[in-house]
Design a protein around this ligand. Structure first.
Ligand code: GUN
Length: 281
């Protein structure tokens, strides 16, 4: 069996068209959804990510503000910027790009964001809302993964989902979202004794470790759905995920490619969260 691709670019185009239409409707009521993105320092990957986020705002008709600060910015100065954006009625979403320089406590900065504007979904209020099934912002990458499963009409009820990775940004919220849809969920991580024994039982596998070839064909049950959150470079410098794509695609029923899979969905869900924040005002 050769797996069907779940095309994150195509799905993003569909979802962003819906976002654009809803942005137009809000604008007709005098509200323009606004996203503020703060970048501290000159991390090359972060610069690309924030540019793409600002471009997505432009493409969907949203207002955006990009603040770039030198790595020497103090924690107090950054907290003051977050506070100013919390008070700014033109801003419905605030995103502080991670990683931050080492002298800044990232969690303290995240907790300073008004939870009503936490479109990244990283605030403990957002994490708590997800955990208890209350309304809040879902972190964009796992939210995008859920949309990808929805796009293939996948019913998670009673299915075994294995999440590889336990980060606050992807692994843990991913597990909670899958659980909310009534999957049986296993979280695997660096101390898991026999990863292959776990993944071979899985109907759905989400690989979110940040390491090449974490998942190979021999570790996948025929017909499983595989979502690849990884963003790595191979020996030739080409972008690749955590999954051995060429091998696993011969076993899985559906698989997300890298690039063009989960990556574009992350930014799309950021647009959705920002729009919904504005719709709630
Ligand atoms: N760094 C890498 N991914 C992300 C993300 O989704 N949000 C933020 N704020 N920083 C990131």
């Amino acid at each position: 069996m050769t797996a069907q691709l779940i095309d994150g670019n195509a799905l993003s185009r569909q979802l962003r068209a819906d976002v654009s239409a809803r942005v137009s409707a809000l604008k007709a009521r005098g509200i323009t959804p606004g996203l503020a993105v703060i970048l501290v320092g000159d991390n090359a990957a972060s610069q690309v990510y924030v540019r793409n986020k600002v471009k997505a705002c432009d493409d969907t008709g949203m207002h955006s503000v990009l603040e770039t600060w030198p790595a020497s910015l103090s924690e107090a100065e950054l907290l003051a910027r977050v506070d100013a954006l919390n008070q700014d009625p033109a801003i419905h979403g605030i995103l502080v790009q991670l990683p931050l320089p080492a002298h800044i406590d990232a969690q303290k900065v995240i907790e300073a964001i008004d939870p009503a504007k936490d479109v990244d979904g990283f605030h403990i209020a957002s994490a708590g809302a997800l955990m208890t099934g209350m309304r809040g912002f879902w972190p964009c990458t796992p939210y995008g993964c859920m949309k990808m499963l929805e796009s293939i009409g996948y019913d998670l009820k009673g299915k075994h989902a294995v999440v590889i990775g336990r980060s606050n940004i992807v692994g843990k919220p991913m597990a909670l979202m899958l659980l909310q849809q009534n999957a049986t969920v296993t979280i695997c991580h660096s101390a898991t004794k026999d990863l292959k024994a776990m993944t071979l039982q899985a109907d759905v596998i989400v690989a979110a470790v940040g390491k090449r070839n974490v998942l190979t064909a021999d570790m996948v049950k025929p017909g499983a759905v595989v979502l690849d959150v990884g963003m790595n470079r191979n020996d030739e410098g080409k972008l690749c995920g955590d999954v051995d794509f060429d091998g696993v695609r011969e076993v899985a029923s559906h698989i997300t490619p890298v690039p063009g899979g989960v990556g574009p969905m992350t930014i799309t869900m950021l647009m959705v969260n920002t729009l919904e924040s504005a719709e709630r005002t």
